[in-house]
Design a protein around this ligand. Sequence first.
Ligand code: ADP
Ligand code: NG1
Length: 468
Amino acid sequence: MTDTSNDISVGSLTELQNINNVQRTNKLCDAFQKTFNCEPKFFVNVPGRVNLIGEHIDYCGYPVLPMAIEQSILLAVAPSEDRYLHITNTNERYKPLKCPIDNIIVQVPENGTPPEWYNYFLCGVKGIYDELPNGPQWGMLVTVSGNIPPAAGLSSSSALVSAATLCTSFVNKFSLNKTTLADISAKCERYIGTQGGGMDQAIAFLAIEGCAQYIEWEPLTATSTALPSNAFFVIANSLTKANKAATSDFNQRVIECRLACRILAKSANLPWRELERFSTLQKRLQCSLTDFERFADRILTRDLYSRDDIINFLEVDENEFENQLLTPNTKHLEKFKLRQRAMHVIQESIRVTRFREVATKSNNIEELGKLMRESHLSLNELYECSHENLNRLVDISDRFNISARLTGAGWGGCIVAICDSLETSSKYIAELKEKYFKNLPDYDENEADNIVFVTNPQRGATIYLNAQ
Ligand code: ADP
Ligand code: NG1
């Protein structure tokens, strides 16, 4: 089923079993029945994603090119009259939560420990509750089953938030289209503390089976991008976890981009307080990406900017700097790399445009691979969000003549590689197992299919009714 409409698709339990396999669905149903002593009324399936190219540029307003993967967050849900949320998980590692619908609080620890898992779910619930004209009417019974590797750059957190948004709107009979749900989910995931750009939630809702999506912002649109029939994408999880809400690394990059943008805007005598995203500024300057790159290169001359450098240039006081231009978890920062971050963002955006052109007009896998490899280099050197284990995976790939790059936020997580045939991808996977995974203590051979695998573009968020 190819669904190009903006309405959420609704399918049957049998369709769900075909997509997510009978075993996983039955296990989820059993867990739900055992906990709540009743049948789920419906299921929600939201996929993870792999971003092919366009990393750390969504929050600067530039288009990205992700696709949905097979791994997903799957929920079994029933409305509850008791005005409580009862959230449980098939994985015992994730403890259950019961909380009243009239008092939803997303709790984020400030000591560098990751938030409890259900806070991501509560982000989605709160996102919808804040929109409901008469407030929430129903509680919910929910059991979560997830198989997206967590904290690995494949968007497990956004799939969880988006699934929560979708089931909350459905239970409260609040019908919203895909783009609105994606917008709400992107905004409400920020309750967890990270200032993400919206790519993950956009692909979660707007993905279409068989193609990647070229996602643009303001307004949010997704254009299907067919990939060359001889391109096979392999995902390899470095098994180095990176929980983005537990550190300030992610927000630091967002802030550095915003500050760089404001300095460029002020240099161009524009109202810099209104301009925090590179893409908006570029539009105001009415210039091409290449001209914008030249402009940034000319203005952002220093390798390192101190707080005082920025405060003096923008002519603001310490108070405005800390409270208007930084986030709570970046207030302590003293040094900022504005030039390097700006260069990455602009050059990566040029690579996205080029990748899309090559993908749609030719089957030139080598050229696509070259762009992915350049992307990784830039993420490693200019954006400094790679990790030694990701670099090792990319090096092993290089030596095997395969181009790869980190995917997602980085600092750990996965790489994505491009192969020119299924046969090459099988040999490549064997090579990664031999050279990288074999001696890794965390590597479990039985889990190999979820650690290093070929992936194909899947459909986005779907509701499946349990018509029993
Ligand atoms: P990612 O790159 O996977 O989105 P994040 O660090 O942003 O990584 O989010 C990972 C967090 O999402 C986990 O630490 C956990 O709290 C939550 N999460 C992911 N998958 C599940 C799951 N199956 N069940 C419960 N929580 C999950
Ligand atoms: P992941 O890998 O899911 O943490 C994050 C952001 C995206 C995007 C990428 C980098 C969130 C929820 N997601 O993704 O918006 O900026 O990093 O391209 O913050």
